[in-house]
Every structure is written in C-alpha cells, then in structure tokens.
Design a binder for this molecule. Structure first.
Ligand code: GTP
Ligand code: MG
Length: 304
C-alpha cells in the first residue's frame, strides 16, 4: 500500500476558466487543441466552424486550466448565430480570464477593435495571443505585436503559432499564473466536457467543412442517430448530414455519390482514431429547411 507524501493533499491547487475570444478563423480552436494536447475542437479554413462552447481541460502539476473554446465574435444573422453570440457573452462574463486571439498574418483590423471594445470593461485579465506567426517574418510579427498593444486591453501579449506550437508554453505558464486557488473541476485525464455523440458528429462535420465551400459549410449540421457496440472491436454509427436545400444535398452526395463516400471514409478514420476501435459508419444526407432558424432543433443539437 502506498501512502501519499506528507502534506501532499494539502498543497493548494490553482484552477479556473479562460474563455477564448476572437474573430472567426483566427485559430482559437487550433490553439485550444495545442494547449490541451488533444483534439477537443474541430478546425477548418472556413469561418464559423465552432458553434458550441467547448470546455477543454489542460492539467499540470498543481494546476488545471479549463479553456472555453467559443464561436468567433460576429454579427448575428439568424437563430443559430444569435445563440452563438449570446453564448460568447455569457461565457466571457463567467470566466476567470480571457484569451483574445488575433491573426498576425492578416494583421489587426476593425473586427479585432470591435472585440477589444467589448472586452475593455471585462473584470478579468485579457491576454492576447498573436497567432499564425509561422506565416509572418520578423518585421510583420513585430508590427502585429505593436498593433495588438494598440488595442488597449491586454494584460500581456504573446506571439504564438497554434500550428507549430511555437510560443504556446510561455502563454500557458502565464495563463496558469492568473488562475485562482481552487480544486480541480475535471478528472486530470479528462480532456473535454463534450458528450461523445456531439464529438463524433463534429468529426463528421469537420470532413464536410474540408470538402465544401461557399454557403454549404454554413448550411450543414450533423446529427448522430445511433451508436451501437456490434462486437468488442466494432462500433456501428449512424449519422445524418443536414442541409438546407436540395441543391446542397446534391453537392454533399456528389456525382455517383463520390462526395459522400469521401466524407464517410475520412470521418470513419477520424472516429476510429478517437474511439480506438473499428467503426462502421452509415452516413446519409437529409434536407431540413431553415434548420438554422429552428429553435427546437438547435436545442436538440445542443447549440444553446
Ligand atoms: N499557418 C497557421 N494556420 C493556422 C494557425 N492556427 C490556425 N490556423 C489555421 O486557421 C484556420 C482556422 O483555424 P480554427 O482553429 O478553426 O479557427 P477558429 O478561430 O477556431 O475559427 P471559428 O471557430 O470559425 O471562429 C484553419 O485552417 C487552421 O489550420 C497557425 O498558427 N498557423
Ligand atoms: Mg473554432
């Protein structure tokens, strides 16, 4: 029998919530995944990828940092985007700190200044991550850092690349230093609070986002209909891709069903990696007109 080192259980721990803010597509989810060291949020090159608040958990010796990945801050256009923006506001007001992500490659623009004004009166420290510095030379990085300083909100500013991991360590150390003393909220081995059906549906949607463009990525949602353990090493999953129109459905199916097949193969592989088992994935496409305005469906999809 092992006994804990004397006093070990009395060592105070730090823990708390840091909410991510930033324009769509600046790399919030990629940065959250890099900090957590696991894929908790899907990523794409299309804006408005993240639709729900996703808690991602990083645990170290004596600390637990809960990052709240959020939709990008934007003007709401329908029930879906209204819910997304309400959620951003709510999460920001409940957090212990805010991590405001900007894009060094594009530079700081009006969208960032709009968010900076929203955060000006935040009662918590606002840390800025100037992301995508793998895409900028020294001069451009320096310009982005000083423009970030001009936003007038930050506690500290860190140049990072969520893609390569450069600069992420010092950023995490600083975020941890901002956390209050308190007990852990999650088991140390738990990476996210997202229910499994949502996580798996998101992996399917990620493959749709990677292969479609224009309005299709925004018009798609994925719903998991069934998960059944078929054998010890085989799970059967049934998922439906919702689109808003027949023409989007035709695009998603593709000529001779090639698109849905490609989405299915890639999504199955991603789900197999996630579950560590063989997967049989049944995918279909269904038209659900105006689903983005359907409050009841949004409730059911867990977008609240
Ligand atoms: N080169 C480079 N690309 C990055 C970096 N971080 C993110 N990206 C890319 O930027 C795009 C957007 O990344 P996301 O993490 O989905 O961005 P987001 O801010 O979460 O976007 P929304 O959820 O739509 O608000 C993807 O194509 C990423 O691969 C980075 O450090 N360097
Ligand atoms: Mg995101």
């Amino acid at each position: 029998m092992s006994t804990p080192a004397a006093g070990a259980e009395r060592t105070p721990t730090r823990s708390g919530f840091v909410a991510l803010a930033g324009r769509p597509n600046v790399g919030k989810s990629t940065l959250a995944n890099a900090i957590i060291g696991a894929k908790v949020a899907i990523v794409s090159d299309k804006p408005q990828t993240t639709r729900r608040a996703i808690r991602g958990v990083a645990t170290g010796r004596g600390w637990q940092l809960v990052l709240v990945d959020l939709p990008g801050v934007q003007r709401p256009r329908d029930a879906l985007t209204e819910r997304m923006q309400r959620r951003v506001q709510r999460e920001l007001s409940d957090a212990d700190g805010c991590l405001f992500v900007v894009n060094a490659e594009q530079g700081i623009g009006p969208g960032d200044r709009f968010i900076a004004r929203l955060l000006e009166d935040a009662p918590v420290p606002v840390v800025i991550a100037v992301n995508k510095v793998d895409r900028t030379d020294r001069q451009k990085t320096a310009a982005a850092l000083s423009a970030a300083e001009g936003l007038g909100v930050p506690d500290e500013i860190f140049p990072v690349s969520a893609r390569t991991g450069a600069g992420v360590r010092p950023l995490v150390d600083h975020l941890v230093s901002l956390l209050p003393e308190g007990p852990f909220y999650f088991e140390p081995e738990q990476h996210t609070d997202q229910p499994e059906p949502v996580r798996l549906a998101e992996l399917v949607r990620e493959q749709v986002l990677a292969r479609t463009r224009a309005e299709v990525p925004h018009a798609v949602e994925v719903q998991l209909e069934a998960i059944e353990q078929r054998r010890d090493d085989l799970v059967r999953i049934e998922a439906v891709i919702l689109s808003e129109t027949e023409s989007q459905k035709a695009i998603l199916i593709g000529a001779q069903g090639r698109m849905i097949k490609a989405i299915g193969i890639a999504a199955r592989r991603a789900i197999e990696r996630e579950l560590g088992t063989h997967v049989h994935l049944d995918l279909s496409v269904r038209v659900r007109r105006h689903w983005r305005a359907d409050e009841r469906l949004l409730d059911r999809l867990g977008i609240e």
